[in-house]
Design a protein around this ligand. Structure first.
Ligand code: UDP
Ligand code: MG
Length: 314
Protein backbone atom coordinates (compact mmCIF):
# COMPACT_ATOMS: atom_id res chain seq x y z
CA UNK A 1 0.00 0.00 0.00
CA UNK A 2 1.16 3.52 -0.71
CA UNK A 3 1.91 5.80 2.20
CA UNK A 4 0.65 9.29 2.93
CA UNK A 5 2.56 11.34 5.49
CA UNK A 6 1.02 14.42 7.09
CA UNK A 7 3.32 17.05 8.56
CA UNK A 8 1.89 19.25 11.29
CA UNK A 9 3.94 22.05 12.89
CA UNK A 10 2.76 22.74 16.44
CA UNK A 11 3.65 25.61 18.70
CA UNK A 12 1.60 25.86 21.90
CA UNK A 13 -1.36 23.99 20.41
CA UNK A 14 -2.57 22.04 23.47
CA UNK A 15 -6.13 23.30 23.04
CA UNK A 16 -6.54 22.32 19.45
CA UNK A 17 -4.61 19.03 19.20
CA UNK A 18 -7.43 16.75 20.42
CA UNK A 19 -9.72 18.21 17.73
CA UNK A 20 -7.02 17.72 15.14
CA UNK A 21 -6.51 14.11 16.12
CA UNK A 22 -10.24 13.45 15.73
CA UNK A 23 -10.17 14.91 12.23
CA UNK A 24 -7.05 12.91 11.43
CA UNK A 25 -8.76 9.66 12.38
CA UNK A 26 -11.78 10.56 10.26
CA UNK A 27 -9.77 11.37 7.18
CA UNK A 28 -7.46 8.35 7.63
CA UNK A 29 -10.47 6.05 7.64
CA UNK A 30 -11.73 7.73 4.45
CA UNK A 31 -8.37 7.19 2.75
CA UNK A 32 -8.57 3.43 3.17
CA UNK A 33 -6.26 2.67 0.27
CA UNK A 34 -3.33 4.44 1.88
CA UNK A 35 -1.22 3.98 4.97
CA UNK A 36 -1.71 7.36 6.59
CA UNK A 37 0.66 8.60 9.26
CA UNK A 38 1.19 11.96 10.87
CA UNK A 39 4.39 13.64 12.01
CA UNK A 40 3.84 16.31 14.66
CA UNK A 41 6.74 18.72 14.82
CA UNK A 42 6.71 20.35 18.23
CA UNK A 43 8.38 23.71 17.73
CA UNK A 44 9.60 24.18 21.30
CA UNK A 45 6.12 24.60 22.81
CA UNK A 46 5.92 25.88 26.35
CA UNK A 47 2.57 24.27 27.20
CA UNK A 48 1.45 20.64 27.26
CA UNK A 49 1.64 20.15 23.49
CA UNK A 50 4.48 17.63 23.63
CA UNK A 51 2.93 15.48 26.34
CA UNK A 52 -0.38 15.41 24.46
CA UNK A 53 1.44 14.32 21.32
CA UNK A 54 3.31 11.63 23.27
CA UNK A 55 0.04 10.30 24.66
CA UNK A 56 -1.36 10.06 21.15
CA UNK A 57 1.81 8.31 19.95
CA UNK A 58 1.58 5.77 22.75
CA UNK A 59 -1.99 4.88 21.76
CA UNK A 60 -1.61 5.06 17.99
CA UNK A 61 1.49 3.95 16.09
CA UNK A 62 0.52 6.10 13.09
CA UNK A 63 1.51 9.11 15.21
CA UNK A 64 5.15 10.16 14.97
CA UNK A 65 6.69 13.19 16.56
CA UNK A 66 9.80 15.27 16.70
CA UNK A 67 10.43 17.94 19.26
CA UNK A 68 12.77 20.92 18.90
CA UNK A 69 15.15 22.07 21.62
CA UNK A 70 13.56 25.54 21.42
CA UNK A 71 11.23 27.56 19.18
CA UNK A 72 12.81 27.68 15.72
CA UNK A 73 9.76 28.96 13.83
CA UNK A 74 7.22 27.37 11.53
CA UNK A 75 9.55 27.29 8.53
CA UNK A 76 12.08 25.20 10.44
CA UNK A 77 9.29 22.88 11.60
CA UNK A 78 8.13 22.36 8.02
CA UNK A 79 11.69 21.59 6.92
CA UNK A 80 12.21 19.08 9.72
CA UNK A 81 8.94 17.40 8.78
CA UNK A 82 9.98 17.12 5.15
CA UNK A 83 13.33 15.63 6.13
CA UNK A 84 11.64 12.85 8.04
CA UNK A 85 8.63 12.22 5.81
CA UNK A 86 9.14 9.03 3.83
CA UNK A 87 5.64 8.67 2.38
CA UNK A 88 4.87 8.39 -1.32
CA UNK A 89 2.70 11.45 -0.83
CA UNK A 90 3.33 14.19 1.67
CA UNK A 91 0.91 16.81 2.95
CA UNK A 92 1.56 19.69 5.29
CA UNK A 93 -1.14 21.39 7.29
CA UNK A 94 -1.60 23.59 10.36
CA UNK A 95 -2.70 22.11 13.66
CA UNK A 96 -5.50 24.65 14.17
CA UNK A 97 -7.84 23.11 11.54
CA UNK A 98 -7.71 26.25 9.41
CA UNK A 99 -6.43 23.80 6.80
CA UNK A 100 -9.30 21.30 6.82
CA UNK A 101 -7.96 17.71 6.64
CA UNK A 102 -11.32 16.74 5.10
CA UNK A 103 -10.06 18.25 1.83
CA UNK A 104 -7.32 15.62 1.59
CA UNK A 105 -9.28 12.96 -0.37
CA UNK A 106 -10.16 15.56 -3.00
CA UNK A 107 -6.53 16.72 -3.12
CA UNK A 108 -5.37 13.14 -3.46
CA UNK A 109 -7.52 12.82 -6.58
CA UNK A 110 -5.70 15.76 -8.12
CA UNK A 111 -2.41 13.90 -7.90
CA UNK A 112 -3.41 10.29 -8.42
CA UNK A 113 -6.10 10.70 -11.08
CA UNK A 114 -5.37 14.04 -12.72
CA UNK A 115 -1.59 13.70 -12.74
CA UNK A 116 -0.57 16.88 -10.92
CA UNK A 117 2.65 16.95 -8.87
CA UNK A 118 1.18 18.99 -6.08
CA UNK A 119 -2.19 20.28 -4.99
CA UNK A 120 -2.16 23.60 -3.18
CA UNK A 121 -4.87 25.60 -1.51
CA UNK A 122 -5.73 29.24 -1.37
CA UNK A 123 -8.38 31.05 0.55
CA UNK A 124 -10.58 33.34 -1.45
CA UNK A 125 -11.72 35.42 1.50
CA UNK A 126 -10.03 36.70 4.60
CA UNK A 127 -13.13 36.63 6.75
CA UNK A 128 -12.46 36.95 10.46
CA UNK A 129 -9.03 38.50 10.01
CA UNK A 130 -8.17 42.01 11.26
CA UNK A 131 -8.71 44.42 8.29
CA UNK A 132 -5.29 46.04 8.73
CA UNK A 133 -3.62 42.66 8.41
CA UNK A 134 -5.64 41.79 5.29
CA UNK A 135 -4.72 45.11 3.73
CA UNK A 136 -1.00 44.66 4.25
CA UNK A 137 -1.17 41.02 3.16
CA UNK A 138 -2.80 42.06 -0.13
CA UNK A 139 -0.15 44.75 -0.68
CA UNK A 140 2.58 42.20 -0.02
CA UNK A 141 1.24 39.75 -2.62
CA UNK A 142 0.77 42.50 -5.20
CA UNK A 143 4.34 43.64 -4.63
CA UNK A 144 5.75 40.13 -4.80
CA UNK A 145 3.94 39.48 -8.06
CA UNK A 146 5.80 42.41 -9.60
CA UNK A 147 9.26 41.94 -8.19
CA UNK A 148 9.75 38.22 -7.74
CA UNK A 149 10.49 35.48 -10.24
CA UNK A 150 8.87 32.78 -8.10
CA UNK A 151 5.13 32.53 -8.53
CA UNK A 152 3.43 33.45 -5.25
CA UNK A 153 -0.37 33.37 -5.17
CA UNK A 154 -2.45 35.81 -3.17
CA UNK A 155 -4.10 34.04 -0.27
CA UNK A 156 -2.04 30.89 -0.80
CA UNK A 157 -1.86 28.79 2.33
CA UNK A 158 0.95 26.48 3.25
CA UNK A 159 -1.61 23.63 3.13
CA UNK A 160 -0.36 21.44 0.31
CA UNK A 161 -0.22 17.86 -0.86
CA UNK A 162 2.72 16.76 -2.98
CA UNK A 163 4.51 13.83 -4.47
CA UNK A 164 7.79 12.57 -3.12
CA UNK A 165 9.59 14.08 -6.12
CA UNK A 166 8.21 17.52 -5.25
CA UNK A 167 9.27 17.11 -1.61
CA UNK A 168 12.78 16.07 -2.60
CA UNK A 169 13.07 19.18 -4.76
CA UNK A 170 12.14 21.30 -1.76
CA UNK A 171 14.69 19.57 0.44
CA UNK A 172 17.36 20.40 -2.16
CA UNK A 173 16.79 24.03 -1.22
CA UNK A 174 18.64 23.91 2.07
CA UNK A 175 18.77 27.66 2.67
CA UNK A 176 18.78 28.95 6.23
CA UNK A 177 16.40 31.85 5.60
CA UNK A 178 13.35 29.94 4.51
CA UNK A 179 10.19 31.28 2.90
CA UNK A 180 8.04 28.30 1.92
CA UNK A 181 5.56 30.13 -0.26
CA UNK A 182 8.45 31.27 -2.45
CA UNK A 183 10.20 27.89 -2.35
CA UNK A 184 7.05 26.07 -3.50
CA UNK A 185 6.68 28.49 -6.40
CA UNK A 186 10.34 28.34 -7.27
CA UNK A 187 10.62 24.57 -7.69
CA UNK A 188 7.93 24.59 -10.38
CA UNK A 189 6.10 21.36 -11.31
CA UNK A 190 2.42 21.18 -12.15
CA UNK A 191 0.29 22.50 -9.31
CA UNK A 192 -3.46 22.37 -8.99
CA UNK A 193 -5.12 25.09 -6.89
CA UNK A 194 -8.13 24.43 -4.74
CA UNK A 195 -9.99 27.41 -3.32
CA UNK A 196 -11.95 27.68 -0.13
CA UNK A 197 -13.43 30.25 2.21
CA UNK A 198 -11.28 31.26 5.14
CA UNK A 199 -11.93 29.13 8.21
CA UNK A 200 -11.25 30.55 11.63
CA UNK A 201 -8.99 28.83 14.11
CA UNK A 202 -10.76 26.07 16.04
CA UNK A 203 -9.26 26.90 19.45
CA UNK A 204 -6.27 28.68 20.95
CA UNK A 205 -4.88 31.81 19.35
CA UNK A 206 -2.69 32.84 16.45
CA UNK A 207 1.09 32.72 16.95
CA UNK A 208 1.73 35.50 14.48
CA UNK A 209 1.82 39.07 15.70
CA UNK A 210 1.76 41.86 13.15
CA UNK A 211 5.46 42.49 13.73
CA UNK A 212 6.34 38.81 13.23
CA UNK A 213 4.38 38.80 9.96
CA UNK A 214 6.13 41.98 8.86
CA UNK A 215 9.54 40.40 9.42
CA UNK A 216 8.38 37.27 7.62
CA UNK A 217 7.33 39.34 4.61
CA UNK A 218 10.79 40.95 4.50
CA UNK A 219 12.20 37.42 4.51
CA UNK A 220 10.08 36.73 1.44
CA UNK A 221 11.15 39.87 -0.39
CA UNK A 222 14.86 39.49 0.35
CA UNK A 223 14.82 35.76 -0.30
CA UNK A 224 13.04 35.90 -3.63
CA UNK A 225 13.81 39.23 -5.20
CA UNK A 226 16.76 41.52 -5.78
CA UNK A 227 14.50 44.35 -6.94
CA UNK A 228 15.23 46.52 -3.86
CA UNK A 229 18.91 46.57 -4.86
CA UNK A 230 18.03 47.69 -8.38
CA UNK A 231 15.71 50.30 -6.88
CA UNK A 232 18.57 51.68 -4.81
CA UNK A 233 20.73 52.10 -7.92
CA UNK A 234 17.88 53.80 -9.73
CA UNK A 235 17.41 56.16 -6.79
CA UNK A 236 21.11 57.02 -6.94
CA UNK A 237 20.89 57.93 -10.61
CA UNK A 238 17.75 60.01 -10.01
CA UNK A 239 19.42 62.01 -7.25
CA UNK A 240 22.45 62.63 -9.49
CA UNK A 241 20.18 63.93 -12.25
CA UNK A 242 18.38 66.28 -9.88
CA UNK A 243 21.71 67.53 -8.56
CA UNK A 244 22.94 68.20 -12.09
CA UNK A 245 19.78 70.13 -12.91
CA UNK A 246 20.27 72.19 -9.76
CA UNK A 247 23.84 72.89 -10.72
CA UNK A 248 22.83 74.29 -14.09
CA UNK A 249 20.12 76.45 -12.55
CA UNK A 250 22.47 77.88 -9.91
CA UNK A 251 25.19 78.52 -12.48
CA UNK A 252 22.82 80.45 -14.73
CA UNK A 253 21.39 82.37 -11.77
CA UNK A 254 24.85 83.38 -10.58
CA UNK A 255 25.88 84.49 -14.07
CA UNK A 256 22.74 86.62 -14.48
CA UNK A 257 22.22 88.00 -10.97
CA UNK A 258 25.62 87.82 -9.27
CA UNK A 259 26.27 85.84 -6.08
CA UNK A 260 24.44 87.10 -3.00
CA UNK A 261 25.17 84.80 -0.03
CA UNK A 262 21.87 83.12 0.74
CA UNK A 263 20.27 79.74 0.76
CA UNK A 264 21.54 77.98 3.87
CA UNK A 265 18.04 76.63 4.68
CA UNK A 266 17.84 74.96 1.28
CA UNK A 267 21.36 73.61 1.82
CA UNK A 268 20.30 72.03 5.11
CA UNK A 269 17.32 70.41 3.43
CA UNK A 270 19.48 68.96 0.70
CA UNK A 271 22.05 67.60 3.13
CA UNK A 272 19.37 66.03 5.30
CA UNK A 273 17.58 64.49 2.36
CA UNK A 274 20.73 63.06 0.84
CA UNK A 275 21.83 61.74 4.22
CA UNK A 276 18.46 60.04 4.62
CA UNK A 277 18.60 58.47 1.18
CA UNK A 278 22.11 57.21 1.82
CA UNK A 279 21.15 55.66 5.13
CA UNK A 280 18.12 54.01 3.53
CA UNK A 281 20.24 52.52 0.76
CA UNK A 282 22.81 51.30 3.25
CA UNK A 283 20.01 49.72 5.26
CA UNK A 284 18.74 47.82 2.22
CA UNK A 285 22.26 46.65 1.37
CA UNK A 286 22.74 45.70 5.00
CA UNK A 287 19.64 43.52 4.99
CA UNK A 288 20.91 41.49 2.06
CA UNK A 289 24.35 41.32 3.65
CA UNK A 290 22.99 40.11 6.98
CA UNK A 291 21.05 37.33 5.26
CA UNK A 292 24.20 36.35 3.37
CA UNK A 293 26.11 36.38 6.65
CA UNK A 294 23.64 34.01 8.30
CA UNK A 295 23.62 31.82 5.21
CA UNK A 296 27.44 31.46 5.19
CA UNK A 297 27.49 30.33 8.81
CA UNK A 298 25.69 27.16 7.75
CA UNK A 299 23.98 26.73 11.08
CA UNK A 300 21.53 23.85 11.37
CA UNK A 301 17.95 24.93 10.61
CA UNK A 302 16.71 23.24 13.78
CA UNK A 303 17.96 21.14 16.67
CA UNK A 304 16.00 18.07 17.60
CA UNK A 305 15.46 17.38 21.29
CA UNK A 306 13.28 14.30 21.31
CA UNK A 307 11.65 12.04 18.74
CA UNK A 308 10.10 8.65 18.15
CA UNK A 309 11.33 8.62 14.57
CA UNK A 310 14.26 6.37 13.77
CA UNK A 311 16.95 8.70 12.60
CA UNK A 312 17.53 12.35 13.45
CA UNK A 313 18.91 14.73 10.90
CA UNK A 314 19.73 18.40 11.35
N1 UDP B 1 3.68 27.52 14.33
C1 UDP B 1 4.92 26.94 14.60
N2 UDP B 1 5.93 27.74 15.10
C2 UDP B 1 5.76 29.08 15.32
C3 UDP B 1 4.50 29.65 15.02
C4 UDP B 1 3.48 28.85 14.53
O1 UDP B 1 5.12 25.75 14.41
O2 UDP B 1 6.71 29.72 15.77
C5 UDP B 1 2.59 26.66 13.79
C6 UDP B 1 1.31 26.69 14.61
O3 UDP B 1 1.34 25.75 15.65
C7 UDP B 1 0.26 26.33 13.58
C8 UDP B 1 0.83 26.95 12.29
O4 UDP B 1 2.22 27.14 12.54
O5 UDP B 1 0.11 24.94 13.39
C9 UDP B 1 0.15 28.24 11.90
O6 UDP B 1 0.14 29.13 12.99
P1 UDP B 1 -1.08 30.06 13.33
O7 UDP B 1 -2.36 29.31 13.19
O8 UDP B 1 -0.82 30.68 14.65
O9 UDP B 1 -0.96 31.14 12.19
P2 UDP B 1 -2.14 31.84 11.36
O10 UDP B 1 -3.05 30.75 10.88
O11 UDP B 1 -2.82 32.76 12.31
O12 UDP B 1 -1.43 32.53 10.25
MG1 MG C 1 -3.90 29.39 11.94
Amino acid sequence: MEKLTLIVPCYNEEEVLPFFYEEFQKVASKLKNYNTEVIFVDDGSKDKTLSIIKEMAARDDRVKYLSFSRNFGKEAAIYAGFQHADGDYIAMLDADLQDPPSLLPEMMKGIVEEGYDSVATRRVSRKGEPPVRSFFARCFYKLMKRISTAEIMDGARDFRLMTRQFKDAILEMGEYNRFSKGIFGWVGFKTKWIEYENIERKAGETKWSFWKLFKYSLEGIIGFSTAPLALVSALGILVCLVAFLFLVIILLKTLCFGDPVAGWPSMTCIILMLGGIQLLCMGILGMYLSKTYLETKKRPIYICGETNLNETKG
